[in-house]
Write a protein that binds this ligand. Structure first.
Ligand code: PLP
Length: 382
């Protein structure tokens, strides 16, 4: 460990396992000949398991936002009405992308920290008669996890396509694309998949592929039909980030060696430990208790404490990075990411550093009691 090492306890990018770091330093490979074909085939199969789909999962060399854009431009046309479920920073981003490409966007704005209820979506769909409903599974900016299966059912009844962003939940929380009837699902590399930023993933249902025949929104790099055609030849249309592909295979091996269900359980236990600790510190959870994320916990900053000061102190004193609030939540909440490689001992260090930071900023709390509560909750959660 060198002086630059910082423990990342943010909702991505996340800390990298040694196996992934080693894979990243492997000699460069060609993307047109040799072992790349086998690599892309194995990665695609692993991603299909993670997505819960039999459809091809396409890997893009971009960050998650690229896949959000690809999802929209390949199935929609300018002027199409869409309902964007605006749960926070990333729900808002879906609406902004759709607007940028000329969709007629109806925002279903949800109070920050809450999820959209099926009846709210039903009402929005009856009013807008959308071609597609856009939503986030795990709204990273507020720490809520939506029941996208229930929302997708509403969208389907209204004859709308559903697009779901699981960027900050894939690998840490179940995704059953086919069973839940989702039409477009997108994810990114730098969260629970334990990779650096730079790859994004997308799968389309049969219905969504059919929609590509009529979709008129402009695209070139993100043309999914070109990507799907290349994938049948175990290729990508343009030069992919081959190093990240090698690392993706290493990360998928780690995920399946732990076991998908076991990984979800670890995330649930870490989330329970975090919630118990912050409550023992006398802090409140920001998000709706019925819909708390298992990959990121959002905590309301106590009176008199600006969360930006807290995150700065924790970083300067302990080299641990936690996140502040975004947009209108800046200064008001802070967020602890517990996804990917995260383990209990790292979480306890983070909670201890947070308690120390709060005390230094004048909010008295008992760090030892918080750690005991975290450990007990971790043990009790199955
Ligand atoms: N969607 C969600 C839920 C996210 O948390 C993020 C990033 O934090 C994104 C989309 C955007 O991904 P990227 O920053 O990789 O473009």
């Amino acid at each position: 460990m060198n002086d630059d090492y910082e423990l990342l306890m943010i909702p991505g990018p996340t800390n990298l396992p040694d196996e992934v770091r080693q894979a990243l330093s492997a000699p460069q490979i060609s993307h047109r000949v040799g072992r790349f074909k086998q690599l892309i085939t194995e990665c695609t199969e692993g991603l299909q398991q993670l997505f819960g789909t039999r459809q091809p999962v396409i890997t893009l060399t971009s960050s998650g936002t690229g896949a959000m854009e690809a999802a929209l431009v390949n199935m929609l046309s300018p002027g199409d009405p869409v309902v964007a479920v605006d749960t926070g920073k990333f729900g808002d981003r879906l609406a902004l992308i759709a607007e940028a490409f000329g969709a007629q966007v109806h925002r279903l704005r949800v109070e920050r920290g809450q999820v959209a209820r099926p009846e709210q979506l039903q009402e929005a769909c009856e009013a807008a008669r959308p071609r597609a409903v856009l939503m986030i599974q795990n709204e990273t900016s507020t720490g809520v996890c939506q029941d996208v299966a229930a929302l997708a059912e509403v969208a389907r009844r209204c004859d709308a396509l559903t697009m779901v962003d699981c960027v900050s939940s894939l690998g840490g929380y179940p995704m059953l694309m086919d069973e839940w009837g989702l039409d477009a699902v997108v994810a990114g590399s730098q969260k629970a998949l334990m990779l650096p930023p730079g790859l994004a993933f997308i799968a389309y249902s049969e219905r969504a592929w059919e929609a590509t025949e009529q979709a008129q929104m402009p695209k070139f790099y993100f043309d999914l039909r070109a990507a799907r055609k290349s994938l049948t030849k175990q290729q990508t249309p343009y030069t992919p980030n081959t190093s990240l592909f090698v690392a993706l295979k290493a990360a998928l091996d780690l995920i399946f060696n732990e076991g998908l269900e076991e990984g979800f359980t670890r995330h649930r236990r870490l989330a329970a430990a975090t919630r118990a600790a912050v409550q023992a510190m006398g802090l409140g959870l920001f998000a709706d208790p019925q819909h708390l994320s298992t990959t990121v916990t959002a905590i309301t900053s106590p009176p008199g404490v600006d969360s930006s000061d807290l995150t700065k102190l924790v970083r300067e004193n302990c080299q641990i990075i936690i996140s502040g609030g975004q947009d209108e939540l800046k200064g008001k909440i802070f967020r602890i990411g517990h996804l990917g490689l995260a383990q209990l001992d790292e979480l306890l260090r983070t909670l201890s550093a947070t308690a120390a930071g709060l005390n230094e900023l004048g909010f008295a709390c008992d760090g030892s009691a918080a750690l005991a509560a975290a450990q007990a909750a971790y043990e009790e959660t199955t």
